[in-house]
Design a protein. Structure first.
Length: 311
């Protein structure tokens, strides 16, 4: 970034990661309509880039390697809401011009919008010299959405409550994933709602009383064992997502039949994540899925959370 020695930056570039839920247990719906969850998050190398410059008003433009046609550029966008929230917090009277270069699938279950919001918080904090610090930014992040605090933190973490009560998890080494994206997104509220309906009809197991992360997941992450992790990954939203998008089952079977240790729906979907034994296996899997006509990307984790990029 460019910095004025006498004051804050005049243009800030921030990079924030998408995420995978390597474990996701969903509790019963609460009176406020939300669900308690227990999640093991991992930030991965598929990232969002955001630039922020001072302006008289608040505005946003979007580009990217993914389809951004459905991305709002008004106050429905989390990044713009994050900027306004921070401005209100510190009493900033000006605006900001944001530009996002998106690479995380839109409505794909990998937290791209949350990454944008985290990036906007970090960028505007630096741009306006707010110096809120990690705790101040995390406090605002929790007001924007359950996944925004993790996009700030990055790495590997356990999330409880709405998913925003975070504790860093010990994680050794590198985990290689191949993600398969879909042109048609899935609505997160719709997937949660469908899960509740399926549980109400006793189509699937009832919600756990208190969601908790499988100890086997924590141990596998702690020692960096992809094979052990594959034995314990789980996503309670997967059954609902596959019910809404039955075509995804064929892709899961293809990936697991082409060398993946395991395949899983990422978050609320429809992005699929396949865990590979090592980088070479991931490359072979990426090729196999690409040859079959799917958009497959090789990513790895864990990576850092939202951070300023020097220019």
């Amino acid at each position: 970034m460019t910095v004025d020695p006498a004051g804050p930056a005049d243009r800030v570039h921030v990079r924030a990661p998408g995420k995978l839920n390597v474990f996701f247990e969903v509790g019963a719906v609460q009176p406020d309509g939300y669900h308690d969850v227990a999640s093991a998050y991992q930030a991965v190398s598929l990232v969002e880039d955001l630039w922020a410059e001072n302006a008289d008003d608040f505005s946003l433009t979007v580009s990217g390697s993914v389809d951004v046609a459905g991305v709002p550029v008004d106050d429905r966008n989390l990044a713009l809401r994050a900027a306004r929230l921070l401005a209100g917090e510190i009493g900033h009277r000006g605006g900001v011009r944001l530009h996002i270069d998106k690479h995380v699938p839109v409505a794909g279950g990998m937290g791209g919008g949350s990454a944008d919001a985290a990036a906007a918080l970090v960028a505007c904090d630096a741009l306006w010299g707010a110096e809120l610090g990690s705790s101040g930014l995390h406090r605002l992040a929790r007001r924007l959405g359950a996944d925004v605090p993790f996009a700030l933190m990055g790495g590997t973490a356990i999330g409880t409550g709405r998913g925003d009560q975070l504790n860093r998890a010990l994680a050794k080494g590198r985990f290689d994933w191949v993600v398969v994206t879909s042109e048609d997104g899935l609505s997160t509220p719709e997937v949660y709602g469908h899960l509740d309906v399926m549980r109400g009809r006793s189509n699937i197991a009832l919600a756990p009383r208190t969601p908790d992360v499988d100890p086997g997941v924590l141990q596998a992450l702690r020692v960096g064992d992809a094979v052990a992790l594959a034995a314990h990954v789980r996503n309670d939203l997967q059954t609902a997502a596959l019910s809404l998008r039955p075509d995804l089952r064929d892709v899961l079977e293809l990936g697991e039949g082409s060398g993946a240790l395991v395949g899983i729906v990422s978050g609320s979907g429809p992005t699929l994540a396949f865990l590979a034994a090592d980088p070479e296996s991931a490359l072979e899997l990426q090729v196999a899925l690409s040859v079959a006509g799917h958009r497959a990307l090789h990513v790895h984790g864990p990576v850092a959370g939202a951070r300023i990029v020097s220019e």
